[in-house]
Design a protein around this ligand. Sequence first.
Ligand SMILES: [Zn+2]
Ligand SMILES: [Zn+2]
Length: 336
Amino acid sequence: MRPEEVLCPTPAGLYCKPGDFHIDPVRPVARALITHGHSDHARAGHGAVLATRETLRIMAARYGEDFAGSTEAVTLGEPLRIGGADVTFHPAGHVLGSAQIAVEAKGLRIVASGDYKRSRDPTCLPFEPVKCHVFITEATFALPVFRHPPPDEEIGKLLRSLAQFPTRAHLVGAYSLGKAQRVIRMLRDAGWEKTVYLHGSMERLCRLYEEEGVKLGPLAPATVAKGVKGEFAGAVIICPPSEIAERWARRFPDPVAAFASGWMRIRQRARQANVELPLIISDHADWDELTATISEIAPEEVWVTHGREEALVRWCDLRGMAARPLHMVGYEDEAE
Ligand SMILES: [Zn+2]
Ligand SMILES: [Zn+2]
């Protein structure tokens, strides 16, 4: 049987005919299996939703408790029978609750890995390689130019800047799900014990991470009361990337604009965003992680989706591995 009979790209998302469900659908469907809580993968309005407990909580926090007709929490590693398909969720190392979804029917196993990374992240479980016939990989940073340095080095850059400019507020642009909490946790691991200030849009998910056992240390809202601007001298403030160079940022003393993203590898991109302190910290696999993961799993076939698909397809071709781009639409690069 052909893999497309098990899992097939459709305009609504990957569709499993034997199990009659979609994975990360971009349109409302009857039954959705969700890999993780980022808004391009986890949308509101489906009939039934299956996801890890953490992902369901994240969706409820973002969309309200009634984000789906019904929900069911799955346990990682526990096989489920859905119609004619066997389904198992495995950790993806991307954000809290993120999972790869292994779908098996008639002896053929396909792993839809969603978004993933292999570098260390103290805020979620590490990626688990799963043997399969077809491995579906993301391609956000699938160009050889994308090589993410060790994240601890990047946090070291931030700490050095804080030591060098003790009177300046350090505004760190970070996506509100995953990156923000990872940056805070890494700062704590590196010895930063002071209060970290949060833009209002960060508070809910930081609280959720804390409730799930990810300790973030002292946090406070980044609200400036009249006349105490000085409170933020030498402070770390976590905010959405869109705010670091905006009016909102000017309420803080002589702010340093930092941005934690894999895109900061591209100098031009940092300049365009007026980023003074680019921090190359990514929740997506870089080129080396992508190719190492494909080599390790050694599937018979690789399907490449969202991002720079062609380079990775070509890399597989050169190694005699069958590969094809899925050309699915509706998934962002690394956005909220
Ligand atoms: Zn994601
Ligand atoms: Zn994605």
